[in-house]
Design a protein around this ligand. Structure first.
Ligand code: NAD
Ligand code: UDP
Length: 318
């Protein structure tokens, strides 16, 4: 993440929230929208560890206060219960914009709200970034490739998306969010970054999430490298290890209970048949690649689910 090392560029860089990883630095003021959610709360942990001041902006639709409760009382931490569809005034250096339900069960629950969150919510956060000169990072998704006709998917592929289907509020919403992000970049000179995250699993995931597990949440590091680096993207962040759903079911069976029964059910509408990220760009330009295999990552999530499920039951009995 070299690039600008001259003194004057350094001053500009600080103003725009750019500090190379690993350099001694003063803490930044960072907003994480959706910071009480699954990916966001892990990101908040990493930013807090690094010494930043973190403001979580979250309406708690799918997020949970418990995910960030361990930071309560820290003077560098603040949580604002706010819906990004409404404007907000804050003074910050960087914005990680994650706010959006990510699981089909949640984003299909109120599709119009999902679109508003992606379009109006992203517009508001870009307007905020423009006003204060903050760097803005969008967490987009592999879903922008739709049911891909190219395999594996490289970032230059434009995708195959149904504009009128039941997933469109999310797919097309994120595609518009990417468009808005690039238009603020070109039109208002905003510093922006775009990540396309592939299915991610790990501790704190919603128990009813319902998505397939493929990529361990440790990829939060990829988001931070992207924010601190010099490249706009988009970047695929995911695990290129490919397996069939049946292979996955067997790993789950091995991990939780060898006697668990595998059931075959009809698929949901417009579900992509096959997906696999080409992560050459992230490897070359960000020096990032996933490190945790499914067999290593899955037990960590299973333990977290067990604690939450059985912990809750104990509380009810007390
Ligand atoms: P999540 O549902 O756990 O987190 C989303 C957070 O955003 C929640 O805390 C929710 O309360 C909040 N939120 C939703 N709508 C909001 C609104 N209108 N205003 C304020 N807050 C709002 O999901 P996640 O898995 O942590 O995903 C985070 C981001 O990463 C999302 O933008 C998602 O699209 C993207 N992403 C995730 C995955 C994945 O596999 N988890 C894959 C691709 C992209
Ligand atoms: N916005 C915001 N916080 C800010 C600045 C802007 O929420 O600190 C919102 C603003 O209300 C508007 C959106 O971001 O809805 C886009 O703002 P911008 O200034 O880019 O465009 P305009 O207000 O001219 O439409």
């Amino acid at each position: 993440s070299g690039g600008s090392s001259s003194v004057s560029m350094g001053a500009v860089a600080r103003h725009q929230g750019r500090v190379p990883l690993g350099l001694k630095r003063k803490g930044l003021r960072v907003v994480v929208t959706g910071g009480a959610g699954f990916v966001g709360s892990h990101l908040v942990d990493r930013l807090m560890e690094r010494g930043d001041s973190v403001i979580v902006v979250d309406n708690l639709f799918t997020g949970r206060k418990e995910n960030v409760l361990h930071h309560a009382g820290n003077p560098r931490f603040e949580m604002i219960r706010h819906d990004v569809v409404e404007p907000i005034l804050l003074e910050v250096d960087q914005i990680y914009h994650l706010a959006c339900p990510a699981s089909p069960v949640h984003y299909k629950h109120n599709p119009v709200k999902t679109i508003k969150t992606n379009v109006v919510g992203t517009l508001n956060m870009l307007g905020l970034a423009k006003r204060v000169g903050a760097r803005f990072l969008l967490t987009s998704t592999s879903e922008v490739y739709g049911d891909p006709l190219q395999h594996p998917q490289v970032e230059t592929y434009w995708g195959n998306v149904n504009p009128i289907g039941v997933r469109s509020c999310y797919d097309e919403g994120k595609r518009t969010a990417e468009t808005l992000t690039m238009d603020y970049h070109r039109g208002a000179n905003l510093e922006v970054r775009i990540a396309r995250i592939f299915n991610t699993y790990g501790p704190r995931m919603c128990i009813d999430d319902g998505r397939v597990v493929s990529n361990f949440v440790a990829q939060v590091e990829g988001l931070m490298k992207l924010m601190e680096g010099d490249h706009v993207g988009p970047f695929n962040l995911g695990n290129p290890g490919e397996f069939t759903m049946l292979e996955l079911a067997k790993v789950v069976q091995d991990t939780i209970d060898p006697n668990a029964r595998i059931e075959f059910r009809p698929n949901t509408a417009d579900d992509p048949h096959k997906r696999k990220p080409d992560i050459t760009r992230a490897k070359d330009m960000l020096g990032w690649e996933p490190k945790i295999s499914l067999r290593k990552g899955l037990p960590l999530m299973v333990q977290d689910f067990r604690n939450r499920i059985f912990g809750d039951q104990q509380q009810q009995h007390n």
